[in-house]
Every structure is written in C-alpha cells, then in structure tokens.
Design a protein. Structure first.
Length: 300
C-alpha cells in the first residue's frame, strides 16, 4: 500500500425514531392491513412473552399473518409504494447534502463522507422512501418472496445486537453479506476506521451499536423527540440523558436536522475533530513514506 486510504468518514443512522418520528410500519403496512399500531405492537410483545424467541421475527411473522387473515396482498412493490407515506424529522430531506458540502469545503475534497442506514425495519419500505438514494448503503431486514411476489419468510433479520455486524462491514469495506468479516484484517487496511465514524440513534435499541463505535474510538449522538406524554414527561429526552450520563454518546440533541440547529452544530464539531485526525494520520503516513519507513505491506 503506497497511498493513504483511511480518508473517509461514515455517518451511520438508525431509522425509526432517528430519521423518522414513528416506526416505518405505522406509516405503511399497518394502515394498509387496517391494524391500529398500539394493538399490533402490544400483540408482538404478548407473543414474545408467551413464545420467547426473537421479537423482530415475531413482528415480521405477525405482519404476514395479519395480511393473510384480512386478505390483503402486500408484495415487494406494494411496500415501496406505501413508503411514500413515511414522514421524517425536520431537515432530513437536505441533511445529507448539507453535511457533504460542509466536509467538501472543510477539506477541499480531500476527505470523503458516506452515509449508511442500519435498521431493524424493512428494507422493502426503505427502498421506496424519498431519501433512499442518498445513502451509500442501507442494511435492514428483508423478506423472501415467491414467484407471485408474496413475502413468505424473513430472508435477512437485523436485531439490536446484530446491527453491530454491519458496523464491522463498513469498517472493513466488506458490505456484501456474502463476504465474511471473520478473518483478521490489520487496522491500517480497514478503509473506514472506527475513529472516522459517527453513529446517530435514538435510544435503548441503539446501545450495542453505540457501544461498539465508542469503545473503538468512534463517536455517537443520541437524538430525541420534542414531545411530552400524557404525564408531561419527555421519555425520549430522558433516555438520551441516560445514554449521555453513562458515556454511550458524545452528545445528545433534538431530532431536528434543520440548518443551524443544535444537531447540525454538534455533528459539525465531531466532523471537524475527525477531519483533524485524518489530516494528522495522512501527514504521518506521508512522512514515513518519504523516509522509507513503511513496512513491506505499506503499514505506517
């Protein structure tokens, strides 16, 4: 290796509660099938307590069962069409463009920035959202479909803990699920070091991902809804405060992605810090290179 390769920043997002106020199913498939969201999630939790197993598998199975019971056809194309109803927090639509412009201007194009979603939700829905094409890659749960375009069973399942697999895939540049990430890869060969990552999530389900990123020198932000429950409590904010207090995140901020709001300002602070670190590592690499101090594999 004769060129410095670790000049890419990755912003990694959860989706439900992070980019969108409600679970994606509540904008799409649940209304289509005619199910109240509170009733659906209560049944998922009830079956989880009764049957055990994986709660994400239960919700994916229950969606299919409810559609079958009510004679509602939902194929892959239907999920994408329903996704047009997904709503976002303020500023999400042009957030990625603003972040990319900021990094471009700060580094004169020397540093790249990529954006990823890792979600336990359905990729079929995410593929139909207006922001899907803005992401370098989207990792989410998926169904297997038969020749009638009918979902039959989960093809890929992403849970709170299995999200961390995809963080390592981003880290190692092995983003195709068919590629093994178990083999050792020296840190200097990994295209996106953990130090170059910012994970953005909203709560307890993001703790494993936040922990992996932070423990390896990366950064994370917890975002919260600005709303109170019937008791006058902002549970979303309270959860973020806990994450901040125990060191899971660098910052917390309202889930408002609009220009010049708190989230943008705090994200830019982290970006500047990462950019400085990349510039340092790049100069150190060049110094060793010009003095013949890289090893045979190009390690600095």
């Amino acid at each position: 290796m004769t060129n410095f390769i670790q000049n890419t920043i990755a912003l990694i997002y959860d989706f439900d509660g992070t980019l969108s106020p409600k679970p994606m199913q509540e904008y799409t498939v649940l209304p289509k099938v005619g199910i109240e969201s509170n009733d659906f999630w209560a049944e998922v939790n009830s079956k989880f307590r009764e049957e055990g197993g994986e709660s994400m598998l239960i919700y994916m199975r229950l969606l299919l069962e409810k559609a079958e019971e009510r004679h509602v056809h939902i194929g892959k194309s239907d999920f994408a069409e329903l996704a047009k109803g997904v709503e976002y927090f303020p500023g999400v639509d042009d957030w990625i463009a603003r972040i990319n412009t900021f990094v471009e201007q700060e580094t004169n194009g020397i540093v790249n920035v990529e954006h990823y979603i890792i979600s336990a939700g359905l990729k079929e829905i995410l593929e139909g959202t207006s922001i899907f094409d803005q992401f370098t890659n989207v990792f989410a749960s998926e169904y297997y479909y038969d020749h009638h375009d009918v979902p039959k069973f989960p093809k890929q399942l992403i849970t709170d803990t299995s999200k961390t697999q995809f963080i390592f895939r981003i880290n190692k540049g092995k983003q195709n699920p068919s590629e093994s990430i178990n083999n050792h890869m020296p840190l200097y060969l990994r295209p996106i070091p953990f130090q170059n990552m910012i994970y953005i999530g909203d709560g307890e389900t993001d703790v494993p991902s936040m922990t992996v990123v932070k423990a390896n020198g990366g950064n994370s932000i917890a975002v919260y809804k600005q709303e109170l429950d019937e008791m006058g409590v902002n549970k979303s904010l309270d959860m973020c405060k806990v994450l901040f207090k125990v060191g899971r995140v660098n910052f917390i901020a309202p889930a408002d992605y609009s220009k010049n709001e708190i989230l943008e300002e705090r994200t830019k602070i982290l970006l500047k810090s990462i950019i400085t670190h990349i510039e340092y590592e790049k100069e150190r690499f060049e110094c060793k290179k010009e003095n013949g101090l890289l090893d045979e594999q190009g390690a600095a």
